[in-house]
Design a protein around this ligand. Structure first.
Ligand code: SF4
Length: 595
């Protein structure tokens, strides 16, 4: 397999003495296509070159992506394991660090039970690593306490999609189809600044006459170019969505056949939105009646439309309601499962999509299987070579793990590829939790704020020093390549998990020589699940510009457009949401900042 992928006729700037290696940016869910420039003599990473023939981003990259390579040889990289002695970190050998981890994990589990040790993962790792985090926690350490940083990110979108559509895939359609839509409805998303390489699809659509509606309390650069800016008060999205659906029904713009044959709960929704007249909606949201009527009219009349949203509507205490209602708006119009129509949440973290599919969550097993389903447990136990009774039960969410620390139930934690000391809510509670732990291990490539609390810091590799797959915001599984050897003594996260599992006496379950072997196991583990990767191979990813899940077999084309025939619910029908608007809880209003 070639390390440099380029289509005929595409010219890349390639300097003498340098080679290009094809990969993707590590930072956000766009996963922009890029080539990394490597000096052939020194093997040093020296820059990036956009991948003009990558169909999702067409050579566009933002300043973060252009400078991502600078993390690889950064002077602040941790090059050796660190052990805290008398309050200060001192460099150690891997043996010394592993000895200490083994001694503490074993002692704490002997004294307080298996669940005394916990794992906190992250979704900036490859699918292979995220998959292994779940197995490492449950088989390697035998603990039920496992969760990840996606809880602080877009869990509401996942919850809303599961309720309405029965499957949590970020986008129901491929991004290049955005160009052909007639209307884009964006809620709580400043796409122009937060996902800048996506905005090209909006411009292309606008050039063809598409309309843009933006729902955002702020006049962001995205809102400034909208045909209608719905400048709602923070926390009133559910009222706005109900108000728009009220008008879609009154204007007779419901796709009746779609709703009758493919959706549940229409009568409940109709009854709920009855009171959301433009005047009532305006009173709650602060948006003028004229704008509400204009937006509903544009959206309701568009033959093709796409609803997108982002953390702005998701990171509220009514986030699941907001997602369910905006999704229901698209369903009312029958705009799901069709060309250039659909719903998308724009993923934040690099592998936010793939990282939540394969068992890194407290209640989930690979392929979006559920840990409280005995059949699912039996299947995964079979793949892992353990008895179903050995599978730990469901744990608790990321924030609730800190409750368990404060209660004294969790005594040790291994944090991987995450910095909850900065990114979690209620930080003083998180910091005091870290201080209360008997033993904290952090795997990272910089001495992060979380690592400062650690007893042992393990130096890991960056994305450019390992290979594997990620899944972008569309649900397209793609490949990242190893560009250079690990810096200093750093190891990959998957090697570290295998090493610690071996120290805990579980090495026979972690006999991997490379990420590809982990991916082959992931394919089997996800087989038959909602996020089915069974038919996806690394060769297909290269040949087909990525493969969309679900893809149950190697002769299956993958699924760029979701829900063409049925939804992921038990009865195959989407569940329309009938949800009233409710005030935000007081502390959220108090802490809202408009800057
Ligand atoms: S938009 Fe996201 S994936 Fe693309 S270059 Fe910027 S940070 Fe990287």
């Amino acid at each position: 397999m070639s390390d440099f992928l380029v289509k005929d006729g595409v010219k890349n700037l390639q300097k003498p003495g340098e080679k290009l290696i094809t990969t993707h940016c590590c930072y956000c869910g766009m996963q922009c296509g890029m080539h990394i420039r490597v000096n052939e003599k020194t093997n040093k990473v020296v820059g990036v070159e956009p991948r003009y023939d990558w169909p999702v981003t067409l050579g566009k990259m933002c300043p973060k992506g252009v400078t991502a390579y600078q993390t690889v040889n950064h002077k602040d990289r941790i090059l050796k394991p660190l052990i805290k002695k008398n309050g200060k970190f001192v460099e150690s050998s891997w043996k010394e660090a592993y000895d200490l981890i083994e001694k503490n994990f074993k002692k704490l589990q002997k004294d307080h039970g298996k669940d005394a040790v916990s794992v906190f993962g992250g979704v900036s790792m490859t699918n292979e690593k995220c998959y292994l985090v779940g197995k490492y926690a449950r088989v390697g350490l035998g603990t039920r306490f496992l969760d990840y940083n996606g809880r602080f990110c877009m869990s509401s979108a996942a919850g809303g999609f599961m309720k309405t559509l029965g499957v949590d895939r970020g986008s129901s359609l491929p991004l290049p189809e955005f160009e052909h839509t007639d209307c884009l409805f964006m809620a709580g998303s400043n796409t122009a600044e937060c996902h800048p390489t996506m905005i090209q699809w909006l411009w292309k659509a606008k050039d063809k006459g598409a309309k843009l509606i933006v729902a955002d309390p702020r006049e962001t650069p995205t809102a400034r170019v909208a045909d209608v800016h719905l400048d709602l008060k923070p926390g009133t999205d559910s009222a706005l969505a109900n108000g728009l659906m009220h008008l879609i029904i009154k204007n007779n713009q419901v796709d009746k056949e779609f709703v009758q044959t493919r959706c549940n709960n229409y009568e409940e929704l109709e009854a709920m939105v009855e009171k959301f007249t433009p005047a009532y909606t305006s009173e709650i949201t602060g948006v003028s009646i004229e704008k509400i009527i204009k937006a509903a009219s544009i959206y309701g009349e568009s033959p093709r439309s796409i609803v997108t949203f982002c953390r702005g509507i998701e990171q509220q205490n009514k986030g699941v309601d907001n997602v369910s209602l905006y999704t229901s708006m698209a369903l009312l119009r029958g705009q799901v499962g069709k060309f250039a129509s659909g719903i998308a949440t724009i993923t934040g973290q690099g592998n936010g999509q793939g990282g939540r599919e394969h068992g890194q969550k407290a209640d989930a097993l690979p392929g979006y299987r559920k840990i409280d389903n005995p059949d699912h447990v039996k299947y995964i136990a079979g793949v892992w070579g353990i008895q179903p009774e050995e599978m730990p039960k469901a744990g608790v969410s990321a924030y609730e793990m800190f409750d368990e620390i404060h209660k004294g139930n969790i005594r040790a934690m291994h944090v991987m590829c995450s910095n909850p000391a900065v990114s979690a809510p209620n930080l003083e509670y998180i910091w005091s939790g870290f201080k209360k732990l008997d033993f904290l291990v952090v795997s990272d490539f910089f001495l992060s704020e979380t690592a400062e609390f650690a007893d042992v810091v393990l130096p890991t590799t960056t994305w450019a020093e390992d290979e594997g797959t990620t899944t972008n915001l569309e649900g397209r599984v793609i490949r990242v390549r190893k560009v250079t050897e690990p810096i200093g003594e750093s190891k990959t996260d998957w090697e570290i998990m295998c090493d610690i599992a071996a120290r805990m006496g579980k090495g026979s379950y972690f006999q991997y020589e490379n990420p590809r072997q982990i991916f082959e196991e992931l394919r089997i583990a996800s087989k038959g699940g909602k996020a089915d990767y069974h038919g996806i191979t690394w060769e297909r990813i290269d040949k087909e510009d990525g493969v969309f899940w679900p893809c149950p077999s190697e002769d299956h084309p993958g699924t760029p457009t979701m829900f063409k025939e049925k939804f992921g619910t038990e009865d195959g029908k989407a569940n329309l949401a009938a949800v009233d608007w409710a005030e935000l809880v007081k502390h959220q209003q108090k802490n809202f900042r408009s800057s």
